[in-house]
Design a protein around this ligand. Structure first.
Ligand SMILES: NC(=O)c1ccc[n+]([C@@H]2O[C@H](COP(=O)([O-])OP(=O)(O)OC[C@H]3O[C@@H](n4cnc5c(N)ncnc54)[C@H](OP(=O)(O)O)[C@@H]3O)[C@@H](O)[C@H]2O)c1
Length: 316
């Protein structure tokens, strides 16, 4: 009979949850089992995880009963929502409420909720240093997650609030990498002035979450933050220059210019960078690299991430 502690993983087919499922399956002690949760058991990602040894089950963040069934009998649950699929903070809050309700109903022993700060605790809505978005938010994809923390904490769900960092993969998949200027030189547009941006390999979020589950009850009822390295835009550009073998200059775009970019979510991200810049000490202090490494011995710094992934960064 299996004595494994099952971790039910939301977002198993995605970046954060996928890192966790793979970390559980690769653990030589074998003390934990992975239950990957997806809306589509037939997707290539879902099938690949099944072949690796994960139990794959279907559930939807919009359907609390499906979540309760998917969490049933599990020791732990990793909970994440995907703002960028719908761009609705209200929907994200509702999905987080469903996760907390399901975790409570199925008596999960330890939840790790992947969250971010409610920036309105630092910048009131009437503070006009940055625009208010969608009437109620400063950084919608942060504020919704932070607002939803209370469903876990006030609902007495045994939870670790896990504050994550900027994925360096954004340089590959999110159009945030270096852009070639008219002079032919690569410029790395990062609206952080001379302040440090905590960043990490997205896969390390799952590995750190696994560390939290492995440490037993130590972090239940606590908020923790993780990052692989804190770097300024100029420091990131220097590492990019080294990895790509050609000059990359940091281009410290203004927050207003970033907010005016023509892509969905530009205002949200412009406000996000301004929040990280204006409250840099609080934001970086909340994400200790040393602590992250204590959870995950494989934690990558930016140079290590570039050595593995640098070739995928577009250079046009
Ligand atoms: N990009 C960054 O720098 C960064 C940094 C920190 C935090 N974040 C946050 O990370 C979150 C996204 O996480 P990710 O990057 O791991 O996602 P991802 O790689 O885009 O994958 C999304 C995952 O969410 C699952 N999912 C989405 N809607 C669902 C629903 N209704 N029911 C069940 N599962 C659902 C998908 O599962 P199926 O499709 O298989 O059902 C998939 O596994 C966002 O909220 C973002 O704000 C991003």
């Amino acid at each position: 009979m299996s004595e494994k502690k099952i971790i039910a993983v939301i977002g198993a087919t995605g970046a954060q949850g996928g890192g966790l499922v793979r970390a559980i399956l690769a653990d030589p002690s074998g003390g934990f089992g992975a239950r990957g949760i997806t809306r589509n058991l037939e997707s290539d990602n879902a099938k690949a995880l099944g072949e690796l040894g994960a139990e794959m089950v279907r559930a939807d963040l919009d359907d609390v009963e499906s979540l309760t069934a998917a969490f049933s009998g599990s020791h732990g649950a990793f909970c994440v929502t995907n703002f960028w699929e719908h761009f609705s903070p209200e929907k994200e809050i509702e999905q987080a409420r469903n996760l907390a309700t399901a975790a409570k109903a199925s008596d999960v022993h330890h939840v790790v909720w992947s969250t971010l700060e409610d920036t309105r605790k630092w910048v009131a809505l009437e503070d006009d240093r940055m625009p208010t978005l969608m009437e109620h938010y400063k950084v919608p994809h942060f504020d919704a997650k932070g607002e939803a923390d209370r469903f876990f904490t006030e609902g007495s769900v045994p939870t670790t609030l896990l504050r994550t960092s900027f994925y360096w993969e954004n340089l590959i998949y999110f159009g945030m990498g270096p852009q070639r200027g008219e002079d032919g030189v690569l410029a790395f547009p990062l609206p952080m002035g001379d302040k440090k941006l905590p960043g990490m390999a997205s896969v390390d979020i799952g590995k750190c979450a696994f560390g939290l589950f492995q440490r037993g009850d130590e972090f239940i009822g606590k908020a923790v933050g993780i990052a692989g390295e804190h770097l300024t835009g100029a420091e990131m550009a220097a590492e990019l220059t080294r990895a790509l073998g050609e000059t990359v200059n940091h281009f410290p775009v203004s927050f207003d210019a970033y907010r005016a970019f023509d892509f969905p979510g530009a205002e949200d991200l412009g406000n996000m960078f301004q929040f990280k810049h204006d409250f840099n000490e609080d934001f970086t202090t909340a994400r200790s690299v040393e602590f992250s490494r204590s959870l995950n011995g494989d934690l990558l710094d930016f140079r290590g991430w570039l050595a593995k992934n640098g070739e995928q960064i577009p250079r046009h």
